[in-house]
Design a protein. Structure first.
Length: 195
């Protein structure tokens, strides 16, 4: 509607049917964008490869805009007939000329809309992938911490301390000190990584 308003002011400032055409154009724009969005989701275009996404979106725009231009011209003609209560001059050559003009104007607008929609969806997809990656990283760190805590269950600690005591009783002090050092590092590592 804004596009039509600007072109109407420049080309035909005294046009009386502008408001009717602007409302029809606005309604068609909303319907076309919702239909495009529905078809995009129905065909699951954003689940395909990047190249296929672009090809499908371009083809979809070309096809949808053809039908939109023809239907919109028909609706505009009916609206003109109802407003003036008579059949306006509307030859086939004029219809084709208007359809081609409307087709290219609409194609530009729907392609722009589709490009914006594509980039918004693409950005959402990237953000979702990054969030999933971060969630997986957090889950991995949590599982590593759980694994460390599971290794350090009370039975394991009891066995380590009993082994060190047995080495001390046998007067194998070097082995006992070495074992105690390894055990203390393991406990330090556990507490350090538990957060």
């Amino acid at each position: 509607s804004l596009y039509l308003y600007v072109t109407n002011i420049i080309i035909n400032p005294g046009d009386s049917g502008f408001l009717r055409r602007a409302i029809i154009t606005g309604l068609f724009g909303m319907v076309v964008t919702h239909v495009l969005r529905w078809i995009i989701k129905r065909l699951k275009i954003f689940d395909k490869t990047y190249t296929k996404q672009v090809v499908y979106l371009v083809l979809l725009n070309v096809i949808i805009q053809f039908f939109t231009a023809v239907l919109m011209l028909w609706v505009l003609r009916v609206a003109a007939i109802l407003a003036k209560n008579h059949l306006p001059d509307f030859s086939l050559s004029r219809f084709i000329r208007n359809a081609v003009s409307l087709y290219y104007q609409g194609l530009i607008l729907t392609t722009a809309w589709t490009a914006v929609y594509f980039f918004v969806q693409y950005a959402r997809k990237i953000k979702k992938a990054e969030n999933e990656k971060a969630d997986l990283k957090i889950k991995l760190l949590e599982s590593e911490a759980r694994a460390l805590r599971a290794q350090m269950n009370p039975h394991f600690i009891f066995n380590c301390l009993n082994s060190i005591k047995a080495l001390i009783n046998k007067n194998e002090n070097d082995k006992a000190v070495n074992y105690l050092t390894v055990f203390s590092r393991l406990i330090l590592s556990l507490f350090h990584n538990s957060d």
